[in-house]
Design a protein around this ligand. Structure first.
Ligand SMILES: C[S@@+](CC[C@H](N)C(=O)[O-])C[C@H]1O[C@@H](n2cnc3c(N)ncnc32)[C@H](O)[C@@H]1O
Length: 241
């Protein structure tokens, strides 16, 4: 069949797809519109996609989109929560994108007993990326690659991990918030993200009073900004305006 080779995707979705390596079967958890599975087949990244969602509305729109692209043979749609509806041994790579970090963590935790070294996870949390990183480091996952993608005023963090079973010692929490891989790589968007978060903290610090809980929060934010300053210096990644 003669097919288009690609669609125009958002920068965020392009970033996620750029972490994928060709393989046999990829699962897209919480597929919503079905853009990711269709793109994976269009680009010949895999032979088979299992796409899941917990809501019938998104599943219906994914089904319509997959039908329109005539990809019913290559893409299976399953209804259910997280990784529950599929057999872990069928899947090489899991993509879990566009959801909260703690929800992504819970989905992986639910199947942690069945995760093995043949599984790759590509994760794009919309928040709590630090909590998700911490969970992964402390549960035997190894970080293979990371990206930050900026769309408008949003910085989207995304990472690829594999399970090795080697549990790392707890890191300084700053390295769960700001990726060691991107720090080493001196990623310009990471420098921008650190300075952006510092400027938000700075505004909050100015608005907080010097009494009670507000005073404690203020001191904590000042300490945090000092730590971020040190990170910019240590890795020589300060962005000059
Ligand atoms: C914001 S969309 C993200 C869609 C797509 N993954 C992306 O990155 O563009 C989140 C989707 O996850 C689905 N979802 C939420 N909780 C889920 C769960 N526990 N299991 C499976 N899907 C879930 C929602 O129904 C929704 O379609």
């Amino acid at each position: 069949m003669d097919r288009e080779k690609t669609n125009k995707l958002s920068h965020r979705l392009e970033g996620i797809i750029s972490l994928v390596e060709p393989t046999h079967c990829i699962a897209d958890i919480g597929t919503d519109h079905g853009y990711i599975p269709v793109e994976l087949i269009m680009r010949d990244y895999c032979d088979w996609v299992i796409a899941t969602d917990i809501n019938s509305g998104p599943l219906l729109s994914a089904a319509n989109y997959i039908n329109a692209k005539e990809m019913n043979e290559e893409i299976d749609l399953l209804f259910g929560d997280g990784l529950q509806p599929l057999s872990m041994e069928d899947v090489d790579t899991f993509i879990i994108a566009g959801m909260g970090g703690l929800l992504i963590q819970r989905m992986i935790e639910d199947k942690l007993d069945e995760v093995n070294s043949s599984h790759t996870f590509i994760l794009q949390p919309m928040n709590a990326a630090n909590r998700l990183r911490g969970f992964l480091y402390l549960n035997g996952f190894k970080f293979i690659d990371e990206r930050i993608v900026k769309e408008g005023h949003h910085y989207y963090e995304m990472f690829k991990v594999i399970w090795t079973g080697v549990v790392s010692l707890p890191l300084d929490p700053i390295y769960y918030e700001f990726s060691p891989i991107l720090l080493e790589r001196k990623d310009p968007l990471l420098s921008e993200l650190i300075q952006y978060r510092m400027s938000i903290n700075h505004k909050i610090i100015q608005d907080l009073t010097l009494k009670g809980k507000a005073k404690e929060k203020r001191a904590w934010l000042i300490e945090k900004n000092t730590r971020m300053e040190a990170l910019l210096d240590e890795y020589h990644i300060r962005k000059m305006d």
